[in-house]
Design a binder for this molecule. Structure first.
Ligand SMILES: [Ca+2]
Length: 473
C-alpha cells in the first residue's frame, strides 16, 4: 500500500512537474520567438526561420568564391539550411572550386532594402582561429562604402564583438566603431541590434547600448548580409587549433521602422513585378494620397491587388489613414515575348582576371549565382548570338553590385554593323527591363560606356525576349 500510495504521489508529482515545465517551455519559447512589442517602433520585416526551407522571397543565397579581403571560403548553398527554427550557416574544411573551405552567406539584396530603422538579430556565433561571422548592411545602390557592421567577430577572440560604420568615398574611405567585450558569444544566443536614425546610430548587445555615433550617418537604402567568412586579412587563417565544422546559428532577424505620430508607413511587395508609388516616400503624412502602379516583369501581366488594397484597377489611388501593406499579384502572360537567349553563345570584350567562372557564358545560363565580370576599365561590351535572325522586343539585365552607369543596347544582323536600340544613363543597377520597338537581329550587345563602381561590369544575367520563330531569308 505504501508503495502504491507513493507511486500515485510520484505520478502526480510527475504530472505536476510536466505541467509546470511545459508552461515554462511555452513561456520561454513565446518570449524568444514572438517579436516583442517595442515601444516607438513598428515591425516591418522579419524572418523567424520556422519551416523546412529558407524563404527565397526574402533571401538570396550566395554561390561563389568571392574575391574579397583574401578570404579562403567558397560560399556554397549547401552550407545554408534551417534546423529547429534556426538558420544555420555551416563552415567546413572542404575543397570547392579552388577554395579549401566552404561556408554560407545569405543577403536580402534585390529582395528587401531599407533606409533607417532598427535591425535586430539573435544569433550564436562560430568560433576558432580564422572564423569571421558578421551581420552587416550594404548600400543597395552598389557603391562601397558606405557599409554598417551591426556585429562582427573574429573567431580567436570569441568574447569580443565589433560594431563599425564605414563611410567616405573609396579609396579615401574611413571607419568609426568600437569593440564590446562580454561572454563567449559562441556559447549561447545573444541579440545584436542597430538603431539607425537620421541623426544618430546606436548599437546594442543583449539590449545594452555599446556604441553610438552622430557622424557620417548614411541616408540611403541598405540590404542585410549574414555570413561567416573563413580566413582573410583580419581573422588570419585557420590553424591546428581551429575545429570544423563550425555553425553560425541565427534564431531570427527583425527589422523595425520608427513609429512617428501623424505619419504612416506603406509597405509594398510583389513577385514577378513591382509596384511604383507616386509620391515615393519612406514615410507619409497621415491622410496622404498615393498613386500605385503595378508593373509586371516581362512574361507576366497584372492580375489584382492584395493585402490592404482590393480590386483590379491599375493604377490605383489610396489614402493613407494608417500604416498599410499592399501587394500586387501578377500572372503569366501567354502573349508576352518569349525568352530567346537562354543557353545561347555569349562573348565579351574582356573577363576579370581571365577566370573561366566569370566568363560571358554565365549571363545566359539562367543562374543568379553565376556572372560575367569585365576588367576594371571603360568601355566594355558583351554580345549574345541568338543563332539566327529573331525579332527582339525587350531585354532584362540582372546587375551584380558592380553595375553599368551608362550603356547602349545594340543590335546587329551580322555581328559587324551595329545599331543602337537604346542609350541608358544614370541607372541604379539591380534588375533593369528595357522594352523597345521590335527589331530584327541575330546579335544583341550591351556596350558599357561608364561603370558605376571602381570594379568592372558585372552581370548575373542578360536576357533577350522576342520571337525566334520567324521566316529566315
Ligand atoms: Ca548567370
Amino acid at each position: 500500500m505504501q508503495k502504491s500510495k507513493f507511486f500515485i504521489f510520484q505520478r502526480l508529482t510527475l504530472i505536476l512537474l510536466f505541467v509546470f515545465f511545459s508552461s515554462l517551455t511555452s513561456l520561454s519559447s513565446a518570449s524568444e520567438k514572438k517579436p516583442a512589442e517595442l515601444s516607438g517602433w513598428i515591425l516591418v520585416w522579419e524572418d523567424e526561420f520556422e519551416g523546412d526551407a529558407l524563404d527565397d522571397t526574402k533571401w538570396r543565397v550566395e554561390d561563389a568564391a568571392l574575391v574579397k579581403n583574401n578570404e579562403l571560403q567558397y560560399y556554397s548553398p549547401d552550407e545554408v539550411y534551417l534546423k529547429n527554427g534556426v538558420l544555420v550557416l555551416r563552415s567546413r574544411r572542404r575543397q570547392k572550386g579552388k577554395r579549401l573551405y566552404t561556408s554560407g552567406l545569405v543577403e536580402t539584396k534585390g529582395k528587401f532594402t531599407q533606409v533607417y530603422g532598427r535591425f535586430e538579430i539573435r544569433a550564436k556565433l562560430p568560433r576558432g582561429k580564422g572564423l569571421w561571422p558578421a551581420h552587416w548592411l550594404m548600400n543597395a545602390g552598389g557603391t562601397w562604402p558606405p557599409e554598417i557592421d551591426i556585429m562582427e567577430m573574429v573567431g580567436h577572440e570569441p568574447n569580443t564583438v565589433h560594431m563599425t560604420n564605414h563611410y567616405g568615398i573609396y579609396p579615401k574611405n574611413r571607419l568609426e566603431g568600437g569593440p564590446c567585450s562580454g561572454p563567449d558569444f559562441s556559447e549561447d544566443f545573444h541579440t545584436f541590434a542597430l538603431e539607425w536614425e537620421e541623426k544618430e546610430m546606436r548599437w546594442y548587445v543583449d539590449g545594452v547600448e555599446r556604441f553610438s555615433t552622430k557622424r557620417n550617418i548614411p541616408n540611403i537604402p541598405f540590404y542585410l548580409v549574414l555570413n561567416t567568412a573563413v580566413g582573410g586579412d583580419w581573422p588570419g587563417f585557420p590553424d591546428a587549433t581551429t575545429s570544423f565544422p563550425q555553425h553560425h546559428e541565427i534564431d531570427y532577424v527583425r527589422v523595425y521602422k520608427r513609429d512617428i505620430k501623424g505619419t504612416c508607413l506603406l509597405a509594398l511587395s510583389a513577385d514577378n513585378g513591382r509596384i511604383i508609388a507616386d509620391p515615393d516616400e519612406a514615410r507619409y503624412p497621415t491622410g496622404a494620397h498615393v498613386k500605385l502602379q503595378a508593373v509586371p516583369k516581362i512574361g507576366f501581366k497584372f492580375s489584382n491587388w492584395g493585402g490592404d488594397l482590393k480590386g483590379r484597377e491599375n493604377p490605383a489611388e489610396i489614402v493613407l489613414k494608417e500604416n498599410m501593406s499592399v501587394t500586387a499579384q501578377f500572372i503569366e502572360n501567354p502573349k508576352a515575348p518569349k525568352l530567346i537567349s537562354r543557353g545561347k553563345t555569349a562573348s565579351a570584350s574582356s573577363v576579370e582576371s581571365n577566370t573561366a567562372a566569370l566568363g560571358p557564358k554565365s549571363v545566359t545560363d539562367g543562374k543568379m549565382g553565376t556572372r560575367w565580370s569585365s576588367q576594371f576599365s571603360d568601355p566594355q561590351w558583351i554580345v549574345i548570338d541568338l543563332g539566327k535572325t529573331c525579332v527582339v522586343q525587350a531585354v532584362r539585365l540582372e546587375w551584380e553590385t558592380a553595375y553599368g552607369r551608362e550603356y547602349d543596347i545594340e543590335s546587329s544582323l551580322d555581328g559587324q554593323q551595329w545599331k543602337t536600340i537604346r542609350s541608358v544613363h544614370d541607372t541604379v543597377g539591380g534588375t533593369q527591363e528595357i522594352w523597345m520597338r521590335p527589331v530584327k537581329a541575330r546579335f544583341v550587345r550591351l556596350y558599357g560606356r561608364k561603370r558605376a563602381t571602381q570594379w568592372g561590369y558585372s552581370l548575373w544575367e542578360f536576357e533577350v525576349f522576342g520571337n525566334d520563330n520567324i521566316r529566315q531569308k
